[in-house]
Design a protein around this ligand. Structure first.
Ligand code: SAM
Length: 296
């Protein structure tokens, strides 16, 4: 989105076109049935529209955050890659995640006892409850404790407390820019218990390979180990998004889940994307991208 533009400016002739400097020269489009709400919050420009074939869509500062059509791909992977890499993920902290989808995934995990969430923008939560109820259902769980405030300030007060921290952020522009800084990762590291695991939205390998390499290099220095996993999400740029996983425990093997569910359990949890086979294969990466990550 250009400076001075609003979300509404990206709709033309009944189509929302996700033009953005972060992926210059390309733009994914969705046909718009009806704009449901437009709101300038204290932090960002928010829009929810009903699309023709992809359900309701949440847009923040010109960028699609989630659609009812394919949100499960992202939410299940960001949450369950981390939860199931830990033998006992009882206490979870989510930073961001205002649509509620990550909270929903964490709350339904049988080993998770409490889910604390810190989202800076109460308007994102309110609009998600109104227009994205299947995601915002996460907020209704008795395991949930939602705080509206800055993730930085929250973590400064909560150290050595969580088994899992999930950073469900928008891209590194706007209010989420600081959530990609070194200071942020140091705070996450301190918020985690000694064998804790971090899962963070890790951007698209086709568009942001250098950012991902820098993030991984930094996490490999700060944590005992770090890795990048990938999944399809058709309505994200290039149809691909990654997840950076980092563990304080040198024995964590991200490629072999510590928790594996039987078929009945998988049905009960309601997985649509995630299972142990997807988990193991999510770390298999294309050759060209592996070379960039290795710096060769
Ligand atoms: N899954 C989607 C994606 O990756 O595009 C959605 C991410 S979720 C909507 C991102 C949320 O992070 C936003 O609601 C935003 O308000 C929140 N956020 C940004 N900066 C934050 C901060 N410093 N502390 C807490 N939440 C923050």
């Amino acid at each position: 989105m250009e400076q001075g533009q609003t979300n509404s400016d990206l709709i033309s002739n009944g189509w929302f076109m996700e033009k953005n400097k972060q992926w210059s020269g390309q733009a994914f489009s969705l046909e718009v049935e009806k704009v449901l709400e437009v709101k300038q919050s204290e932090f960002q420009d928010i829009m929810v529209f009903q699309s023709k074939n992809h359900g309701n869509v949440l847009v923040l500062d010109g960028v699609i955050q989630c659609t009812e059509f394919d949100e499960y791909c992202y939410q299940e992977m960001l949450a369950h890659l981390a939860l199931n890499s830990h033998p006992n993920p009882e206490k979870v902290l989510i930073i961001g995640g205002g649509d509620g989808g990550i909270a929903r995934e964490c709350a339904k995990h049988p080993k998770v006892k409490s889910v604390t969430q810190c989202e800076i923008d109460g308007d994102v939560v309110a609009l998600s409850k109104k227009y994205l109820p299947s995601m915002a259902s996460g907020f209704e769980s008795p395991k949930m404790n939602l705080n509206i405030g800055d993730g930085f300030a929250f973590m400064e007060k909560h150290q050595n407390e969580f088994d899992i921290v999930i950073s469900d952020t928008s891209d590194p522009v706007g209010p989420a820019e600081r959530l990609f800084s070194e200071n942020y990762y140091k705070l996450v590291h301190a918020a985690l218990k000694e064998d804790g695991i971090l899962s963070v939205q890790g951007e698209c390998m086709f568009l942001h390979a250098n950012l991902i390499r820098n993030l991984l290099d930094f996490c490999n220095g700060l944590f005992a180990k770090a890795a990048y996993a990938t999944s399809y999400v058709p309505t994200y740029p290039c149809g691909q998004i990654g997840y950076v996983l980092a563990s304080k425990n040198a024995h964590t093997n991200f490629k072999k889940p510590a928790i594996v569910f039987n078929e009945d359990e998988k049905e009960k949890i309601g997985f649509r994307y995630y299972d142990e086979e997807i988990h193991e294969n999510a770390f298999v990466l294309p050759r060209a991208f592996k070379k960039i990550l290795a710096g060769t």
